[in-house]
Design a protein around this ligand. Structure first.
Ligand code: F6P
Length: 342
């Protein structure tokens, strides 16, 4: 078969491990020809690709990012975008596509499948917010990075008797904030799913001071929002998928906490550090398993499906189920950990 591969959306550690697994298994087991489209859907629209052979994938397993490049291009938002995707696939005689992405890239994959294209999805994102899979690769690495940052901030917060706010990624889901906050022993964790009360945040910090703990760690997901009318926040520009650029809540919290409590407060925004660098062993193995399952799914004609982790098994699930809704942190899960904060 001639199989196209692309990586779309925000990059994450483990993408290269999927590409490597798809290419090696495709060539060794099935004698496939593999084409790597550059920069996500943009490469398919613009007929920009590279040949993928074993040589092209040598040494990429521990490398972060993606050798194919990525972008947030949406063919459904570009004039004639979908028609050009079809033309490229026909011109290159591509039998099917393996799209590695999060809700946006896989949302496009699902629509194209409904419109008759042969696509298989592989779930990735540091945000861990895709339905129909227990976990996405990239999350574990981001979590390790955020946890290590919190550990480091803890020691300096304690030395200087400061309140340190750590802003982490995750878009509209609080998985990174909750898990890194729990793993790092944060005192306050703010997630997008549950609007926070700034008075309550300050009360917690003051309570710690009263108990002889004159420092605190506040972990805020970039999508965390205050309860209506309690605190002003900024909003950013919107991308082709309609998502606003997030970020800034950490700095707002820094100002607000310092003004309200009088304690010196500083914010650290972890940003793209969470997406870069080498994948953890967990992410490498998961990405490899998902890649192997994807190429096999292509050969069994399971178009419109996504490879997913269910328990400890790799299963195929409909792409439509994966993109039907964002998987957010359930309130009970957040509250269960609440006893540990402070
Ligand atoms: O989806 C991954 C992610 O890193 C989100 O956590 C974040 O909101 C977004 O991508 C940032 O995107 P960009 O790198 O395009 O600014």
């Amino acid at each position: 078969m001639r199989i196209g591969v692309l990586t779309g959306g925000g990059d994450c550690p483990g993408l290269n491990a999927v590409i490597r697994a798809v290419v090696r298994d495709g060539i060794d087991e099935f004698g496939d020809q593999l084409l790597g489209f550059r920069d996500g859907w943009r490469g398919v629209i613009e007929n920009s690709y590279m040949d993928l052979d074993v040589e092209a994938t040598r040494g990429i397993l521990p490398r972060g990012g993606t050798i194919l490049g990525s972008s947030r291009t949406n063919p459904y938002k570009r004039d004639g975008g979908v028609a050009r995707v079809r033309e490229t696939l026909a011109a290159l005689q591509v039998d099917g596509l393996i799209a590695i992405g999060g809700e946006d890239t896989l949302g496009v994959a699902n629509k194209l499948h409904e419109d008759g294209a042969k696509v298989i999805g592989v779930p990735k994102t540091i945000d861990n917010d895709l339905s129909a899979t227990d976990v996405t690769f990239g999350f574990d690495t981001a979590l390790q990075i955020a946890t290590e940052a919190i550990d480091r901030l803890h020691t300096t917060a304690e030395s200087h008797h400061r309140i340190l706010v750590v802003e982490v990624m995750g878009r509209h889901a609080g998985w990174i904030a909750l898990h890194a906050g729990v793993a790092g022993g944060a005192d306050v964790i703010l997630i997008p799913e549950i609007p926070f009360d700034i008075d309550e945040v300050c009360r917690r910090i003051e309570h710690r001071h009263d108990r002889g703990r004159p420092f605190s760690i506040v972990v805020a997901a970039e999508g965390a929002t205050p309860k209506k009318g309690t605190m002003e926040v900024l909003t950013g520009a919107v991308d082709e998928f309609g998502h606003p650029r997030l970020g800034g809540i950490g700095t707002r919290l820094e100002q607000e906490i310092e003004n309200r409590t009088g304690y010196e407060t500083r914010a650290t925004v972890l940003g793209h550090v969470q997406r870069g660098g080498t994948p953890t062993a967990f992410d490498r193995v998961l990405a490899t398993r998902l890649g192997l399952a994807a190429i096999r799914a292509a050969h069994s004609g399971a178009w419109g499906m996504m490879t997913s982790l269910r328990g400890n098994e790799i299963k195929l699930v409909p792409l439509a189920d994966a993109v039907a809704e964002v998987r957010q942190v359930p309130r009970e899960e957040y509250e269960r950990h609440g006893v540990l904060f402070g």
